[in-house]
Design a protein around this ligand. Structure first.
Ligand SMILES: CC(C)=CCC/C(C)=C/CC/C(C)=C/CC/C(C)=C/[C@@H]1[C@@H](COP(=O)(O)OP(=O)(O)O)[C@]1(C)CC/C=C(\C)CC/C=C(\C)CCC=C(C)C
Ligand SMILES: [Mn+2]
Length: 398
């Protein structure tokens, strides 16, 4: 992907519901006991002594990825609750930069967004100007972070470069932006209650990508998906805003936003199995592959067999459950934010349908959602986004 423009200024040195995957859980129960989280999202094995054997041979209390992530969710949700109570508004903050320059910085973010994600950009035009440009600034930061490991200079990216990128993040959070795009985000995080942790975690995801190319369990994969995509949900909700009519708990809305990121990333992974295998990567839970009678070799050989189809059906089912979880939260968002989010959900979810339509050949055939289907989704999303939060709490209070 051409990334020259957004990197010009960068320093070169750079849940499941209980029904999820029922067949996997049933099979695995024979070997392990499975933790059932409060939100029943977990599809995570717990060894009977509550400990895992870590590669460093140090026994530590076992925490599932979901538990680790839910701490970040709680922290982010409480920041927003505080802001809601205090009634701190978007208009309050003043960034240490002239208004004209700042406007220009945001404009540039909008241009990047329009170039890389046209439909999403159009959706943001429905939002208030403050929200719209804040979402652009977040989008650009995420895109640049991803480009560090996936862009044209990826081969030169080392952990040191990622460390520098994280240092830049700290600086922009402290009001010392390095370039125009950073300046826009620096202003955004002053205006909206967005914790730094999801940003740090996305960088952590990129770090993981540099050193890891296999995922033994879904728990490991879940953490990766949280890092690179669930974080986007946590960054976005404080900007998109929760509807004043929402009766749902802030935490439950955050959980839905997290679910959307996870669902998107799982979908990405399922679409790109063949491409990733060509790069020597397998973003699939190896234990589940083994249970389906498949090995790494089968992935590299890329043959669509009945075993593969059955395995894929389970993976698709799981991704859809995350989409369902996400969908429930959308009605709780501010009215102007619902449409772009729902449109993106509907568009992404159709990639799963496309994998099915390709008879599960995600080795050599790219699952693709045609223009016509995309166009139909937009008014459908719009019509559905008109209905707001249910009159009584529609989402579980935790
Ligand atoms: C209550 C509720 C449901 C709220 C919604 C919250 C919300 C807006 C969630 C957004 C979820 C979302 C769009 C997540 C992005 C997931 C994603 C695809 C991440 C990709 C990572 C790396 O993948 P990979 O390298 O395997 O794949 P590529 O080949 O590179 O595609 C990312 C590329 C990370 C970088 C993410 C972005 C550039 C997207 C950032 C998007 C936003 C800030 C705006 C999100 C808003 C909307 C309306 C979609
Ligand atoms: Mn990428």
């Amino acid at each position: 992907m051409a990334s020259g423009s957004i990197f010009r200024l960068v320093s070169p040195a750079k849940i499941t519901r209980s029904s999820v995957l029922h067949q996997f859980v049933e099979d695995k129960k024979k070997k392990k006991s499975w933790s059932k989280s409060k939100r029943e999202w977990s599809c995570v094995p717990v060894y009977s002594n509550g400990y895992t054997v870590s590669s460093s041979f140090v026994a530590s209390p076992w925490r599932s990825s979901e538990e680790i992530v839910s701490e970040v969710v709680l922290k982010q949700a409480s920041l927003v609750q505080e802001q809601r109570k205090k009634g701190v508004g978007e208009e309050e903050a003043a960034a240490p930069m002239s208004r004209n320059l700042l406007d220009e910085a945001y404009e540039r973010c909008g241009e990047v967004c329009a170039e890389y994600a046209k439909t999403f950009y159009l959706g943001t035009l429905l939002m208030t100007p403050e929200r719209r440009r804040a979402v652009w600034a977040i989008y650009v930061w995420c895109r640049r972070t991803d480009e560090l490991v996936d862009g044209p200079n990826a081969s030169q990216i080392t952990p040191i470069a990622l460390h520098r990128w994280e240092k830049r993040l700290d600086d922009l959070y402290e009001g010392r932006p390095y370039d125009m795009y950073d300046a826009a985000l620096s202003d955004t995080v002053l205006r909206f209650p967005i914790d730094i942790q999801p940003f740090r975690d996305m960088i952590e995801g990129m770090r993981l990508d540099l050193k890891k190319s296999r995922y033994k369990t879904f728990d490991e994969l879940y953490l990766y998906c949280y890092y690179v995509a669930g974080t986007v949900g946590l960054m976005s909700v404080p900007v998109m805003g929760i509807s004043p009519d929402s009766k749902a708990s802030t935490e439950s809305v955050y959980n839905s936003s997290l679910a959307l990121g996870i669902a998107n990333q799982l979908t990405n992974i399922l679409r790109d199995v063949g491409e990733d295998a060509q790069r020597g990567r397998i973003y699939l839970p190896l234990d589940e592959l083994a249970l389906a009678g498949l090995s790494e070799r089968d992935i590299f050989q890329g043959k669509v067999t009945d075993k593969w189809r059955t395995f894929m059906k389970g993976q698709i089912k799981r991704a859809r459950l995350f989409f369902d979880e996400a969908e429930k939260g959308i009605a709780e968002l501010n009215s102007a934010s619902r449409w772009p989010v729902l449109a993106s959900l509907l568009l992404y979810r159709q990639i799963l349908d496309a994998i099915e339509a390709n008879d599960y050949n995600n080795f050599t055939k790219r699952a693709y959602v045609g223009k016509a289907k995309k166009l139909v989704s937009l008014p459908v999303a719009y019509a559905r986004s008109l209905s707001g939060p249910p009159k009584i709490a529609g989402m579980a209070r935790i």
